[in-house]
Design a protein around this ligand. Structure first.
Ligand code: NAD
Length: 367
């Protein structure tokens, strides 16, 4: 598997074969159904450790290249996420293009379930941005390769609370590394994106009496937080100019980029969003130079995939939280490993994840 920069330009059309070759993907499956308006892509990055599991995102993409870039980056991220948290899953993800013809009803999701079924278990789907447990139930009518089903179906339900818990542990581990004490009491924490994960994270931060700042483009979600917790609303355009101790990106990816990085006024970045660094190598190293501690996103947001993983053999809350608890120590270990090198923490985490894939790949060849 080659190591490549994760930077991609949505406005520059790229040869798909060049892209999947350089990123090391095994397979891309484009699908379309005129009847339901369903159209999208399933990306399977690497199945060395097990079937490729990753959620399905439904989103209005600016163009087709943006959709391709998103599925490639997200599916690759899942490979490393499952590897670093020590579970036996490969990396995959699916995107559905939200378009005026997309009906998003039962036939729509069941048709999608048939496409997942066509892959014979090589890809297992779950929830992501824009999807929910009800949709997983529809998908499950056509395939057993779907996790994140509702509790009443024996599923693991919404993964967001476990994801938020892992992010919270990653944040505490960062604070511990920085100050020797992991308390978040009184720390100014900006939660950018107060959707599913953001709101569960705020619940944990409020219990610890953190000073909470929030920013979101969705007024209802902002109100839902301010009606339950003491939180200051920050304009979405002022996030990167605001003084804070911890920046927690919990909306979409690539918010740490050339235009934001020099403005950031925080000492820690720890959030739920996937692919927070627009370029994992360049921006990871730049954060280090600036003295900002970066908690690797794919490690601290791994609680969600763990939740789905334990559903495969019959959901267990104890097992899910037991595995997720490891995030605290793993985050500290990665910070320590990055201490004596110029490498960024994300880069070090990627190397550790890749090392597990390579070594397990080798023992799998032995009988
Ligand atoms: P969500 O859709 O419920 O919430 C996202 C929130 O971000 C929404 O409230 C949305 O309005 C807001 N948002 C969008 N653009 C914004 C912007 N420019 N500025 C501020 N807010 C903006 O999604 P979620 O399930 O909470 O996931 C959040 C992030 O965490 C995503 O990147 C997702 O891929 C990642 N993640 C989620 C899980 C999970 O278990 N849900 C697991 C791993 C990673």
């Amino acid at each position: 598997m080659r190591k490549i920069s994760s930077q991609m330009d949505n406005n520059k059309q790229t040869n798909v074969f060049d892209q999947i070759e350089s990123m090391g993907h095994e397979q891309l499956m484009f699908f379309n159904d005129n009847e339901t308006g369903l159209k999208g892509i399933i990306g399977i990055h690497n199945t060395t450790l097990g079937p490729a599991l990753g959620g399905t995102r439904i989103w209005k993409y600016e163009n087709e290249q943006a959709a391709i870039n998103d599925v490639l980056r997200l599916s690759r991220g899942m490979t490393f996420k499952s590897s670093i948290i020590g579970i036996n899953l490969g990396g995959g993800k699916a995107i559905i293009i939200d378009n005026p013809k997309a009906k998003k009803n039962e036939p729509f999701w069941r048709r999608y379930g048939k496409f997942v079924e066509n892959l014979g278990g090589k890809y297992i789907t779950a929830e992501d941005v824009g999807t929910n447990t009800q949709f997983m139930e529809y998908i499950s009518m056509e395939t057993k390769h779907v996790m994140g089903k509702p509790f009443y179906m024996g599923g693991s339900g919404d993964p967001s609370p476990v994801t938020a818990y892992g992010v919270y542990l990653g944040m505490k581990a960062s604070q511990k590394k920085l100050t020797g004490n992991d308390s978040l009491t009184g720390k100014k924490i900006m939660v950018q994106g107060v959707g599913h994960v953001g709101q569960y994270l705020i619940e944990l931060l409020a219990k610890e009496n953190a000073e909470i700042l929030i920013a979101d483009i969705n007024e209802d979600n902002l109100k839902s937080v301010t009606s339950n917790y003491k939180a200051e609303v920050i304009d979405v355009n002022n996030v990167y100019n605001t003084e804070m101790d911890i920046y927690a990106p919990c909306a979409l990816g690539a918010t740490v980029n050339d235009s934001t990085i020099d403005n950031l006024k925080c000492s820690i970045i720890a959030g739920a969003a996937n692919n927070q660094l627009q370029d994992e190598l360049i921006h990871g190293r730049k954060l280090k130079e600036k003295g900002i501690l970066y908690a690797p996103d794919f490690l601290i947001n791994a609680g969600g995939v763990v939740n789905c993983y334990t559903e495969i053999d019959g959901y267990s809350k104890e097992k899910t939280y037991g595995i997720t608890d490891n995030i605290y120590q793993q985050t500290i270990d990665i910070f320590n490993a990055a201490d004596n090198s110029e490498k960024g923490t994300q880069e070090v985490a990627l190397e550790i994840a890749m090392e597990r894939i390579n070594s397990i790949g080798k023992i799998r060849q032995v009988r």
